[in-house]
Ligand binder design. Structure first.
Ligand SMILES: C=CC1=C(C)c2cc3[nH]c(cc4nc(cc5[nH]c(cc1n2)c(C)c5CCC(=O)O)C(CCC(=O)O)=C4C)c(C)c3C=C
Ligand SMILES: [Fe+2]
Ligand SMILES: [Fe+2]
Length: 331
């Protein structure tokens, strides 16, 4: 009985970026407005950014991006439906691996389900200590930093605040590296190995890294560790950055430009993984699996395959359960 009460005091908030409520221009506009108003994401002075965001970006981008969402939407946005599966699997894993019967709530930094609702749901279940697990293996101020801000903002409205611990990153965690390498090995065992493996990470502006964001160092460490785990020679893999936005230079090499150039360098077959994404989403299912495929094939490539994110794989739930239990030590 005593043990059960103790377990009920803990809860997990699994956090991902966020996604629109529907694949429509108005829902995408609402989502992009919240996301792109975050100063950690776009740090341009507000007097310059507000007119650009409201007068140009939102009216032009929302209908275009809504079409892209419509092409990947099933019953819901994949980011949210996969996130719900991950939350359920993590709750079962915590019981199986750690003997810990505690609630797990999915929350999004932007859109629904929100971080304040996630915290309220946990507290309504009697939770006093929350482990926040941002689903970002590599730390960036634009993602993990924004989760910390959103948690702090949510706590402002709570009189008796819960205790909070947060997983800062897991870019070099052995279960994460083995999970990624294992998914590639399994894919190659079934479909054969291509000439190159591309590891494409979501980009950030170069300036953010110069100002102290360690994200590129974390990405390089992940990519090197996965290549090592797969016993790849240097010429058998390449690390790139995708999803650039706006005019200033982002981290390089760019995924799309690299794919356009590779066939001329003699590379005709390539597999792509996106290690910065814990769940498949618009950026992997549409940008990588569709748009970038066309770029490679039109440039003369012959075989292009996207290997899915870890999503709801059992090894992913085991990794998340280890990350949570490592935070619980001594608590
Ligand atoms: C404007 C600057 C952006 C920064 C900086 C940025 C960093 C960043 N984002 C992710 C993960 C995801 N991003 C997703 C979509 C997305 N990202 C941006 C812009 C920045 N991201 C935009 C405008 C969008 C929306 C789509 C579009 O308009 O092109 C998603 C997908 C969400 C979904 O609903 O499927 C994810 C996930 C990381 C990991 C990261 C920095 C490390
Ligand atoms: Fe993004
Ligand atoms: Fe994109």
């Amino acid at each position: 009985m005593e043990l059960k009460l103790k377990h009920e005091a803990y809860g997990v908030l699994l956090v991902n970026l966020g996604t629109p409520d529907a694949p429509t221009a108005s829902a995408v506009r609402r989502y992009l407005k919240q996301f792109l108003s975050d100063r950690r994401v776009v740090d341009v002075p507000r007097a310059i950014w507000w007119p650009v965001l409201n007068g140009i970006i939102l009216p032009i981008r929302s209908p275009k991006v809504a079409k892209a969402y419509a092409s990947i939407w099933e019953e819901d946005s994949p980011l949210r439906s996969i996130g719900q599966q991950q939350a359920e699997q993590l709750a079962s894993r915590l019981i199986m691996d750690q003997g810990l019967d505690c609630p797990v709530e999915l929350a999004m930094t932007y859109g629904q389900p929100s971080i304040p609702d996630g915290i309220a749901n946990l507290m309504n279940k009697g939770v006093k200590r929350i482990v926040v697990l941002p689903l970002y293996p590599q730390y960036s101020a634009t993602t993990t930093g924004s989760v910390a801000d959103a948690i702090a903002n949510a706590l402002r409205d709570i009189r008796h605040i819960p205790e909070i611990r947060m997983v800062p990153h897991y870019y070099d965690h052995h279960q994460y590296i083995k999970g990624l390498a294992g998914s590639v090995k399994m894919y190659w065992a079934q479909h054969g190995q291509p000439e190159k493996l591309m590891m494409s990470f979501h980009g950030i502006p170069q300036r953010y890294a110069r100002l102290g964001d360690p994200y590129p160092d974390h990405c390089e460490a992940t990519a090197k560790a996965v290549a090592k785990e797969l016993n790849l020679r240097d010429d058998q893999w390449i690390q790139t950055y995708q999803s650039r936005f706006g005019r200033e230079p982002w981290l390089q090499p760019y995924t799309d430009k690299t794919l356009e150039a590779l066939p001329d360098k003699g590379v005709r077959s390539i597999d792509v993984i996106c290690p910065a994404f814990a769940s498949d989403c618009l950026e992997t299912l549409e940008e990588i699996a569709e748009e970038n495929r066309d770029i490679f094939m039109e440039a003369g490539g012959q075989q292009y395959r996207y290997i899915p994110a870890l999503n709801a794989a059992p090894c992913h739930a085991r990794l998340m359960s280890s990350l949570v239990s490592e935070q619980l030590k001594g608590w």
